[in-house]
Every structure is written in structure tokens, then in C-alpha cells.
Ligand binder design. Structure first.
Ligand code: NAD
Length: 497
């Protein structure tokens, strides 16, 4: 957890937030057609931060037309892959140069600590962009051996077309930059609809895209509400694929809405990931690792290890360690020096998470630490550890998306039984194992139904690693080779010789 010292907001960021914000279509900043706006709040104060344009179906249509033209007839389709890669490198350099401003902006609209926005958001995105740029020139097909004599065939991978990208509020900028990286590397074009609660990172990204010199229409950004702008993007007949990151409920709606056009759909959805701490684990690593797998970004992370299973031999020690860490975590505004955990994103989210804690207490959970709102200004919640929790409780079953750990003991049951516990959820996004026993680690990793298994701290969300969910955590994979290939169609060319 970065606790980087950062003074109050710079004049540059202040001026950026205060300016009238427009939509980024065809490389130009344009007014929304209806002229409606949305007020964006600072979650650390509950006060207004700025206003953004509320794009609607007519703005989305304009943006899709721009993306369509760029894909079908602009310079994009014939641009050599190495030129696309160069644009991504240019954009990555610009992101790096703007890292402080991006960090400040994310602290203000999302609430995250400055260091997290700067390093995880800006600099991490620049690295992902350079990684994806490498794929632009490495896309290939196959020459399969055929069964019939005197026949020959090959396959081509071709960009899918216009991609509608929709992102959530929990990690702005990084979410949007990841989608941009993969769309550009694959040769597609895009319309991005960022979350209405945290739109400023995407708008900064638009400025940098314009500065990097992308051809008009390749990357378009329309801010607005989900049920207007987002819905119009999902339903637009000229969009070839929807790449959605957000809640499972919205993902389910998107699947139905895409049925009439049979658009391709990629879904990165919610999770309720298990963490297992075995008695042979290095507890000096496992305790902070298990704690921060939930408390980072105030628990507003899709991969939160929010079901914590601790072997009974080390249960008390681990709970004591995590609770001590929770008590000492510096909770405060993202731009306050030393702040390690910011507010939740909105009053609605604070109410939702507090409601889950209440329901846990009503169902018999014990609050070991935290459980309460912190202060009266902004949407801060204490890092919380609940014990005496059980699989049937709502707090153990639902994705809370807040800084709440549900701790439960396990014993010497075999790995099949332990895996059954891990898989006792409708989700399957991530999982965490803390153990020094290689056999335990590999056998359990194989049995867990989740897109990612992080062992002894894992490797974070490296851009080389495919990321996505089993079960109701989503469809498809982003990042890695798989993320690029998911944005391509396969064409078979077969001939008789
Ligand atoms: P959400 O589904 O409410 O909103 C996500 C985005 O979808 C926003 O931009 C919103 O405006 C838009 N949207 C809402 N309704 C829409 C509709 N009918 N049509 C089109 N777009 C619509 O999710 P959220 O509350 O912003 O984000 C939190 C959720 O995101 C959590 O469940 C979390 O687990 C998930 N998430 C998943 C990943 C992942 O990679 N798996 C990453 C981050 C967050």
C-alpha cells in the first residue's frame, strides 16, 4: 500500500475539474446534443467536484458513426501494426508524464490514495499499454493440415470492428486505459462509456489520446448514465462487440440486450473470492496479504478476497494480526499525506456496505474490528473484520464491495472438501492460497473454480496474464494474448489445389 506524501490539489487539476466537460467524438470535444449535465461529487467531502456532459442515444450514435467510419474507411484499417504500436507507446509516454495529475484526479473522484492512483492507475496503465503494443505486430493465423488430398487452407485473425466499452467506478483510468490498449493493439475502434460517478480519468485519457495523434474516430468517449448512454451503446446495431466491466446484474441485462443483434459480449463482473491461510504459511506475509486483498481501495475491488478461511491452528494469530493492521490503517482523503484507505465512492455505496455489515450482525456475526462509519463528512467506513460468520449468511454470499472481511476457520479436511468450500459461491473471479507446501498449492489451485489463483501474494494483475471469471463472474478474458484474440474474428480460407 503506497502512502505517498502529496500536498493539496494542484491548480492544473483544479482548473481541469472545473472546466465545462464535453464529449470526445472524432478527435474533437463536442457538446452533448441535449445539453444535459451530471454533477460529480468528491466522496471525501460529499461536495461537488465538477459537472460532466450527460450524453444520450443521439451522442452515442454520433460516436458509433465516427468509430465505424474509422474502422471501415479511415487510415486505421490499412495502418501497419507497428504504427498502431507506436501510437500506444506515445500514449503511454504521455500518461507517464501526466501521472501526478491522474493520481490527483483519481483521489478526487474515486477517493483512492494518491499513490495508488499514480502508480497503479497511471504508471501501471502506461506499462499495460506498452505490453499490449507488442501484440499489434504479432497477430497471426494457422495453416492446419487437412484430411482431404489436394486441399489447402489457412486461418486469418481479423479485428472484430467497433467495440463498445463500458467501465465501472472502482478503478477509473486503469480500466479505461486497459480497454484502449487492447482495442488499439487488435486494430479495432471504440466508443467508451465511463462510469458517471468517476468520469474524470477517462476525460483526461481523451485529452492524451488527442495529443498522441490517433486518427479521428478510433477512440471516442461519451460520458453519461448507464441507462441512457450505456444502454444506447449496447443496443446500437453498428457496434460489433460490447466489452463490459461492472456488476453481474448489469452484465446479465447486457447479455439479453445483445441477443437481437448477436453482438459479441465480453463480461468482467463481480466476485466473492476465497482466501485460504494454511498453518504452514509464512504468516508475516500472509497476514498483510490477506488483509490488503480486501482493504485495498476500500474493498472496492472485484478480486477482493472477502471470504477469509484460516486454518484453526493459526486462526487467532491471523485474526489478531489482521485486526491490528485494520486498526492502524490510516483512513482519510486520498490526497491527505499518509492516507492508506480512502472513502467509499458514494453515499449509496456507504449505505449498501453498512447494510451488509448490519445484516451480518443480525445473523450472528461478531464484529472483531471496525463496522462503523468514520467521521461525519464524506463516505468513510472503518476497515472491518467479522468473525463467527457462516456460509448461509448474506454477508458471506453477496459481493459487498467494501472493506469487510468475513473470517471462518477450517481444519484438517482433505483438499476436495476445502475446494468445495472455495467453490461454494455463484462467482469465480479470483482466489488466494497462502501455504509453503507445493503439493497443497498445486492440488488446490487445480480444484478451485476461478479465473485466477494467486499463491503467496501472486503476481498482481500483470498485463501478460489473462484475466476473467468462471461462473457468474463473467465471460471471456482480458489482458495477455487471450485479451487481444478476444477482439478478433477468425476467418478460414480454404481452397482446392
Ligand atoms: P454497474 O454495473 O452498476 O456499472 C458499470 C457501468 O455500466 C457504468 O458505466 C454504468 O453507467 C454502466 N451501466 C449501468 N447500467 C447499464 C445499462 N443498462 N446498460 C449499459 N451500461 C450500463 O457496476 P458498478 O457499480 O459501476 O461497478 C461495480 C461492479 O463492477 C462490482 O460488481 C465489481 O465486482 C465489478 N467489477 C468487475 C471487474 C472485473 O474485472 N471483473 C472489475 C471492476 C469492477
Amino acid at each position: 500500500m503506497n502512502a505517498v506524501v502529496k500536498p493539496a490539489v494542484s491548480d492544473r487539476t483544479h482548473a481541469f475539474l472545473q472546466q465545462p466537460h464535453k464529449l470526445f467524438i472524432n478527435n474533437q470535444w463536442v457538446e452533448s446534443r441535449a445539453g444535459q449535465t451530471i454533477e460529480v461529487l468528491n466522496p471525501a467531502t460529499g461536495k461537488a467536484l465538477g459537472r460532466i456532459a450527460a450524453g444520450d442515444a443521439s451522442d452515442i450514435d454520433l460516436a458509433v458513426k465516427a468509430a465505424r467510419a474509422a474502422f471501415d474507411s479511415g487510415p486505421w484499417p490499412s495502418m501497419p501494426p507497428i504504427e498502431r504500436a507506436k501510437l500506444l507507446w506515445k500514449l503511454a509516454d504521455l500518461i507517464e508524464a501526466a501521472a501526478d495529475q491522474i493520481g490527483e484526479t483519481l483521489s478526487l473522484d474515486n477517493g483512492m490514495p494518491f499513490g495508488m492512483g499514480k502508480f497503479g492507475g497511471a504508471l501501471g496503465s502506461a506499462q499495460s499499454m506498452r505490453y499490449a503494443a507488442g501484440w499489434a505486430g504479432k497477430i497471426d493465423g494457422r495453416v492446419p493440415v487437412l484430411s482431404a488430398p489436394d486441399k489447402f487452407a489457412y486461418t486469418l485473425r481479423e479485428p472484430i470492428g467497433v467495440v463498445g466499452c463500458i467501465t465501472p467506478w472502482n478503478f477509473p483510468f486503469a480500466m479505461e486505459a486497459d480497454k484502449v490498449s487492447q482495442v488499439v493493439a487488435s486494430g479495432c475502434t471504440m466508443v467508451l462509456k465511463p462510469a458517471e460517478l468517476t468520469p474524470f480519468g477517462a476525460l483526461l485519457l481523451g485529452k492524451l489520446v488527442q495529443e498522441a495523434g490517433f486518427p479521428p474516430g478510433v477512440i471516442n468517449i461519451v460520458t453519461g448514465y448507464g441507462n441512457t448512454a450505456g444502454k444506447a451503446l449496447v443496443e446500437h446495431p453498428d457496434v460489433n462487440k460490447i466489452s463490459f466491466t461492472g456488476s453481474t446484474a448489469t452484465g446479465q441485462w447486457i447479455v439479453q440486450a445483445c441477443a437481437p443483434t448477436l453482438k459479441r459480449v465480453a463480461l468482467e463482473l463481480g466476485g466473492k473470492s476465497p482466501t485460504f491461510v494454511f498453518p504452514d504459511a509464512d504468516l508475516s506475509q500472509a497476514i498483510p496479504g490477506a488483509a490488503m486483498a480486501v482493504f485495498v481501495n476500500s474493498g472496492q475491488i472485484c478480486v477482493a478476497g472477502s471470504r477469509l478461511y484460516i486454518h484453526k491452528k493459526v486462526f487467532d494469530q491471523v485474526i489478531e494480526g489482521i485486526s491490528g493492521l485494520a486498526r492502524n490503517l490510516k483512513v482519510g482523503p486520498g490526497l491527505e499525506p499518509g492516507s492508506q484507505m480512502g472513502p467509499l465512492v458514494s453515499q449509496g455505496q456507504l449505505d449498501r456496505v453498512s447494510g451488509y455489515i448490519e445484516s451480518g450482525i443480525t445473523e450472528g456475526a461478531e464484529v472483531v474490528v471496525g463496522g462503523k462509519r468514520q467521521g461525519s463528512e464524506g463516505y468513510f467506513l472503518q476497515p472491518t473484520v467479522l468473525a463467527q460468520t457462516h456460509r448461509s449468511m448474506k454477508v458471506v454470499r453477496a459481493e459487498i464491495f467494501g472493506p469487510v472481511i468475513c473470517a471462518m476457520p477450517f481444519g484438517d479436511e482433505d483438499l476436495d472438501a476445502i475446494a468445495k468450500v472455495a467453490n461454494d459461491t455463484t462467482y469465480g473471479l479470483s482466489s488466494y492460497i497462502w501455504s509453503r507446501d507445493v503439493g497443497t498449492v498445486h492440488k488446490l489451485a487445480k480444484r478451485i473454480h476461478a479465473g485466477t489463483v494467486q499463491v503467496n501474494g501472486g503476481a498482481g494483475l500483470d498485463p501478460a496474464l489473462p484475466f476473467g471469471g468462471y461462473k457468474q463472474s463473467g465471460w471471456g478474458r482480458e489482458k495477455g494474448r487471450e485479451g487481444i484474440e478476444a477482439l478478433m474474428e477468425i476467418k478460414t480460407v480454404a481452397m482446392s489445389l
